[in-house]
Design a protein. Structure first.
Length: 270
């Protein structure tokens, strides 16, 4: 039986609604869970924020489930401060990043060279970044596209900086750059400034953003916009991987502090 376009649309809408409802439920469970754990430990939100080196608003966003993919270092330090049991630590991870926690002594990238091999086996462009968006490893497909479009070595060393500030990328490769690419990433940058108020890397990037009129205009508009939702598929002007890609984030279980971004073709059957 062939599914009509209308039925397919309704099915996609139902899936989207279910995903949103699941995310809202997880946020509520996380808030209740952390509130109970803090009361048991006898600490306030301000106390926890100070111990985690976060701003009060940054920790509030974390407890509300508004921070996507908080780092394993933050989650494990939170688990230590609240004296969580192994089962509670597992629940913390499942409610925040929805995967099992890494071993308490997480492996470093140098000890996991097989992840570079994993990238090389992906046909679509893929890259490993750390929590500051620094490019740690990339496969050939990613380098052929992104490095060629942003020849400046300093720019391409950081994916966030590259997408936001490399004119060759935003004017030629990334379609609907303002809404589909820059605005969600600037929202992530704003969150990083709140979560890591003492870190230099988000401040340095904000200073660079202020020097670019186009990016700075979008940055100043963020405060008047509602919470930015992830963009499912983004315009991508490339003869092989276009016309649209979905940016898929994978947080490896045993690679604490890193994630893999894959640029998967969204509108083509491969």
């Amino acid at each position: 039986m062939t599914t009509s376009p209308v039925e397919s649309t309704h099915r996609a809408e139902r899936v989207t609604i279910m995903a949103v409802q699941s995310a809202i439920k997880a946020r509520g469970e996380l808030q209740v869970f952390l509130h109970r754990c803090r009361e048991r430990a006898g600490v306030s939100q301000e106390d926890v924020a100070k111990q985690l080196h976060l701003s009060p608003r940054g920790y509030w966003n974390l407890e509300q489930g508004r921070i996507r993919n908080p780092s394993a270092a933050v989650l494990d330090e939170l688990a230590r401060l609240l004296e969580l049991s192994p089962d509670e630590r597992w629940r913390l991870y499942m409610l925040t990043v929805r995967h099992d926690p890494p071993p308490l002594h997480g492996a470093t990238l140098d000890e996991q060279s097989t992840w570079a091999d994993l990238l090389s086996m992906q046909a679509c462009p893929a890259v490993i970044i750390d929590q500051t968006w620094r490019v740690v490893s990339a496969n050939d497909a990613y380098q052929d596209i992104f490095h060629a479009a942003a020849p400046d070595r300093h720019s391409r060393a950081n994916l966030l900086r590259q997408v936001l500030l490399a004119p060759q990328l935003r004017d030629t490769l990334l379609g609907d750059w303002d809404e589909a690419w820059a605005t969600p990433l600037l929202s992530d940058l704003r969150t990083a400034c709140e979560v890591y108020p003492e870190a230099e890397w988000p401040k340095a990037l904000v200073r660079n953003v202020a020097l670019d009129p186009r990016v700075h205009r979008l940055w100043t508009q963020l405060s008047t916009r509602p919470l930015i939702r992830p963009v499912p598929a983004r315009p991508f002007r490339h003869p092989v991987w276009g016309p649209r890609v979905t940016v898929v984030e994978t947080v490896p279980r045993y690679l604490a502090g890193y994630k893999i971004l894959s640029f998967v073709p969204a509108d083509r059957r491969r």
